[in-house]
Design a binder for this molecule. Sequence first.
Ligand code: BGC
Length: 747
Amino acid sequence: MRLSYVSVLTLALCVLSFASPSTAGERSGLKGSEKFIDSLVAVMTVEEKAGQLTQYSAQWQGLGSGGRLSPEQAEQIRQGKIGSLLNLLGAEQTRSVQRMAVEESRLKIPLMFGYDVVHGYRTVFPIPLAEASTWDPAAVELSTRVAATEAAASGIHWTFAPMVDIARDPRWGRIAEGSGEDPYLGSVMAAARVRGFQGDGPGTPTSIIACAKHFAAYGGAEGGRDYNTVDISERTLRETYLPPFEAAARAGAWTFMASFNEIGGVPSTANRFLLTEILRGEWKFEGFVVSDWGSVTELRQHGIAGTQAEAALAGILAGTDMDMEGSCYRDGIPQLVKEGKLPMSVVDEAVRRVLKIKARAGLFEDPYRYCDTAREKAAILAPAHRASAREVARKSIVLLKNDRSILPLLKNLGCIAVIGALADSGNDCLGPWAGAGRGEDAVTLLAGIKAAVSPETHLVYEQGCDVTGISTAGFSAAVNAARGADAVILVLGESASMSGEAKSRSSIELPGVQQQLLEAVHAVGKPTVLVLMNGRPLAIPWAAEHVGAILETWFLGVETGHALGDVLFGDVSPGGKLPVSFPRATGQIPIHYNHKQTGRPSQDTVLWTSKYLDLPTTPLYSFGYGLSYTTFAYSNLTLSSSTFPASDTMVVTVTVRNTGSHRGDEIAQLYIQDPVASITRPVRELRGFKRVTLAAGEAQTVTFPLTRGALAFYGLDMKKIVEPGLFRVYVGGNPVQTLTADFTLQH
Ligand code: BGC
């Protein structure tokens, strides 16, 4: 039976006994309504239902270009066997494929186009780990808003972002995609990204649907090896890994993605506890869950399903609604229903969830609303978008060291030597998961320096060596360049393809012969600035000891060079802080600021304490650390009361003063500690932060509200509790150098 769109709608109207709606608003209400969806589900065959739960990828055509549809995929769309596609880009291309679904399939249900818009679409912004270094949710919201505006104009309805996995292991390459090690910072960033992507929400053509991924604890992979087993307690799951997901759900993320990993023997794609009990039960999530790429099929490799159909059964019963890049649901669901192994009601529920999101995105109202070539042309790489990318990139830079105020450099130096393969590589500026970005769009560091210095300044550029190669043939030219220069900017680190998915490293030192290059150039004795480009914390103890100035820049996107030019030459003072700790050596991993005390806290002079024989227990640079060209002093830490008010909020205030001679940004941070509780608590837990801009000499009172909820933790029975007793508050520019105050929480 072939039904026209009109007949489906007519059928729906009969079921609903509605009078013909007259306004667009009414029509949209009708088409998005539960009843409309129920009436649609009522006329679907089981194959069409399985189709709505199936997503395929268009064939990949390389960085920055959209994929292509195969003839088989086109046929399946016409047969209603595909409900969503990923990796198909562009207003024109998505329009022509959408037409196949809404004009040539029986039920004319629109397709949903998904893509990994992770840190920008064509205007690539800093990688998420860099954006987390801004500690500025408004900057992150701006970045995702721009990304959504460009992607939506280019036919994309749905992004597989934000990636909100907490990561405490820099060997894991996907640490680049998230917001670092801390659940509180991660939650603030997760919510900001959801708000940015989804904008004004349903019906606005510049909004795209967010997808919180990878649910859950994917970052806890053993040994930092991607896709590896995760074995953590429910407490660690709830206290460390779940908060950013809960924040994303509460911010209204319409979709979630199940992760590849197992937790304690249960792969996430088949984990009912996660997908149904926690996500839908506890958090009241009403959207749908997509698997990760092939992760339904992989239930066979995990060893919990013998066949594709068994994998489909395990996935859908647990709460995974859509099968990404797999045929388990497409082929398995009809078979399982016919055999009586899978109740149709379970399938219907999943289909309803998917259709509801399509309706909320306005696709039944106008399936082509996202395919607008004029808007696409105007939005892509719009000057205002590039300006935002530059602003966010500047805010993402973290100054790790600046002895004798080497930075900022003068713009009119006679000669600057720029050394390092990464200094002039557009592709590497973009970092991993660069959306539709193109290397040629990027302003490299070298180009940015050229644009920033005076016309008289002579620039000499030498690569020195490759990022990973072992040849030292370029060293002597690099050393000569350094000899003839007034200052040296060395750009070292990782190429963009060394972080992201499947990019785990067993050692996090500088790759290749870059460490030797650094030592050779440093030996020349010129003022040297090390600019790091990398997708993970690196172990750089030698540089930290010997090099005068170090800037952590991660991957800053299309405006890399301009943003760095602004910072290197002092137009802007760097104000980012680390969202993740830098170990001294790979062997310190995992290392994070919010660790437990242990029964034997480390003491340098006492052997029988928790420590290493060959390394301190502290990181090289802690979470929350970052310098500025100016200095800040904290004073007047005040609590609104020394006992916590019976029901509401404690107010913590502190004065932050710019005590140096540059204008600059400071990120004031508030940590708490619960020194005695029924469950051991971390030595510090971030509970508030604020980025402020202060002119030289200026002071500002910063206020942090502290609610009872911020003092809560999971009790022995895994229920949240707040225990009376003493609490300690720490406020400062990092978790170590702080002012402290105590208060008592009463019953
Ligand atoms: C990744 C996801 C991504 C998906 C689609 C998977 O391999 O794990 O993060 O969204 O591919 O590209």
